[in-house]
Design a protein. Structure first.
Length: 157
């Protein structure tokens, strides 16, 4: 199973550019989990310590609005979720729901942080990848806000 996890890590977009020994260290810390359609992976505000690499399936990122959850994004295989557990802020920013059968690699955030303290290069590559994810998500939100709040073409004040 460890060689399977190593292969999944090597192929995942998040770990592109990681050194082979970093992949090996991450492989030793990873666990495989599966979720069924409509299963909640975590709730907004949960104090989960898990960080996930999405291997297959798709999930909805949702915020809780009075009366119902509102989907703000959909994540697909090759993406990540639960990055707040890596920063030490275990309170989840979103609720995450499986939209179809989902397969993930899960990592304990405290264990990852400990590994980063021992191996600064691993920490650098991992945090660089996290920042790339966060930057992409902020850009997606910016685009959504521009779509919502931009004046319609042809209208004037």
């Amino acid at each position: 199973m460890s060689s399977d996890i190593t292969g999944l890590l090597r192929e995942h977009p998040f770990t592109q550019g990681f050194w082979p020994d970093h992949i090996a260290r991450l492989s030793a810390m990873a666990g495989e989990l599966r979720f069924q359609p409509e299963e909640l992976i975590f709730h907004e505000g949960d104090h989960s310590s898990l960080f996930y690499l999405l291997i297959s399936g798709k999930v909805a990122l949702e915020v809780l609005s009075p009366g119902r959850p509102v989907r703000v994004d959909t994540l697909f295989a090759g993406e990540v979720l639960g990055w707040s557990s890596v920063t030490g802020d275990n309170g989840k920013q979103f609720q995450v729901r499986a939209l179809e059968a989902v397969h993930v690699l899960a990592f304990d955030g405290a264990r990852l942080r400990h590994a980063f303290e021992k191996d600064y290069a691993l920490g650098f590559w991992f945090m660089r990848a996290i920042l790339t994810v966060m930057s992409g998500r902020l850009q997606a939100i910016r685009t959504q806000l521009l779509d919502i709040y931009s004046p319609l073409a042809g209208t004037s004040k």
